[in-house]
Design a protein around this ligand. Structure first.
Ligand code: FMN
Length: 415
């Protein structure tokens, strides 16, 4: 079996239309799913070891089973299409090039969750482009009776609503997203309760990434075991890796879960331009701890990278060659977190800006003795002391760049 599932039809001129999707067998899985029980579908997804593609890599089947256990109604399926993590650019292509696959996944997901309303929270910049295509695809599916009051003539109602965000990284954090969807300021909520227990409008809600849902039709077509076998232990299927930085052929690469970084960088993306040496790899979006060149043979799955004290995150792989000054790179990353901190928690509001200012001092050649340790301690002392993981996402690069590339920092401190 080819390891191209999600990207198989990208590039075909009508891949985004209903006719194009039906030509390749689209919308055949959802009607079959309605003949099964919702519990059976959740069990199949769990067997497939589908792990959320948004960042945390949580088991999708398990998340859905938590929602199902709740008695309260209505239940909601909320799709996270905010795609704000720097280095991540795959959900936009799923929506733009193959929106019906995603919609079919949402139909099956809604049925499995006993829910009738699906909200897709899209980053504002997705309009036009992904949002326009998604809205057109929803209209087509509804006109055909695949969405609406009686999906596939089953009597089961599902409506899909597209919501355009105003452009804030924090609104990708699932509880801030829910606040924003409810019309409030995008401030993360304290957890517990988790969205599965009390989410949108206080009701049980599954928040899932776009790519996660786009995998659902394939899992039901091939069965959970076969889907799992495409990947590696406890990490089923393939993944969309967003390959950027110093690469001969950057872009979105679909590869089995657990492909090594060597395979991704050298076999899939043609290596590093100009024959330059690899210096570092950001493995899962800018919030992940950086890897050094000697870790290039690590597998890219959620568990291996957790074991290596980093994370597979959003699948955003940024490759840095030997010319990169890691203090400069860290300054760039940290400036982003300082800008995007919502300001609700003091360690994040104050710490991200403080670290960014100190890094600016270093890259400008004004670094003083003690500055590098101070930056490190700002990260260490704020970790896991905030409502959401934004600060942890700033702290992981702060700590790891300094730990692994200390010389790049010390060389900027005035003697
Ligand atoms: C600051 C922050 C930003 C996030 N941004 C996104 C995002 O843009 N897209 C996304 O899918 N998940 C994002 N997440 C992760 C979500 O909170 C959530 O875990 C995810 O949408 C769950 O879907 P999944 O289980 O399918 O991965 C972010 C998390 C944090 C802490």
């Amino acid at each position: 079996m080819s390891d191209r599932i999600l990207t198989k039809h990208w590039g075909e001129p009508d891949s985004y239309t209903l006719a194009g999707y039906e030509r390749i067998g689209g919308y055949k899985t959802a009607p079959e799913a309605f003949k099964r029980t919702p519990d059976d579908i959740v069990a199949e997804v769990t067997k497939g070891n589908l792990r959320g593609r948004g960042g945390a890599g949580f088991s999708t089947g398990m998340k859905w089973s938590f929602v199902r256990k709740e008695k309260a109604t209505p239940k909601y399926l909320v799709i996270n299409a905010d795609e704000g993590e720097p280095g991540t650019f795959k959900d936009r292509y799923v929506l733009e090039l193959d929106p019906h696959r995603f919609i079919e996944g949402c139909i099956i997901g809604a049925y499995a969750l006993d829910c009738h309303a699906v909200y897709v929270y899209c980053r504002g910049e997705f309009e036009p482009g992904p949002i326009t295509r998604l809205k057109a695809a929803i209209t087509e599916a509804r006109a055909r009776g695949y969405l609406g009051p009686s999906v596939f003539g089953t009597g089961y109602a599902i409506e899909m609503h597209v919501h355009r965000g105003a452009g804030a990284y924090i609104c990708g954090e699932e509880t801030a997203l829910l606040e924003s969807l409810e019309g409030k300021k995008g401030f993360p909520r304290l957890k517990p309760p988790f969205p599965a227990n009390a989410g949108l409008f206080g009701k049980p809600t599954a928040v899932n990434n776009v790519e996660t849902l786009a995998n659902i039709p394939t899992i039901l077509q091939m069965g959970g075991d076969a889907y799992h076998a495409l990947g590696c232990p406890k990490n089923g299927g393939t993944r969309l890796f967003c390959m950027s930085g110093h690469l001969v052929k950057p872009g979105v690469v679909e590869a089995p879960m657990g492909a090594t970084f060597r395979e991704l960088i050298y076999d899939r993306c043609g290596g590093i331009p100009g024959g330059k040496k690899l210096k570092a790899i950001i493995p899962g979006g800018s919030s992940s701890a950086v890897l050094s060149a000697d870790q290039v043979d690590l597998k890219s799955d959620f568990d291996t990278l957790k074991g290596a004290k980093t994370m597979a995150g959003s699948g955003g792989v940024i490759v840095l060659d030997e010319t990169v000054d890691m203090a400069w790179a860290l300054y760039n990353v940290t400036k982003f977190y300082a800008h995007e901190s919502c300001g609700q928690c003091t360690p994040c509001r104050e710490g991200t800006g403080w670290a960014a200012r100190l890094l600016k001092k270093l890259v400008d050649g004004r670094g003083e003795k003690g500055d590098v340790d101070l930056i490190y301690n700002i990260a260490r002392q704020g970790e896991q002391r905030t409502i959401c993981a934004l600060f942890d996402g700033a702290a992981m690069p702060l700590k790891s760049y300094i730990e692994k590339f200390r010389a790049d920092f010390d060389s900027k401190v005035k003697a």
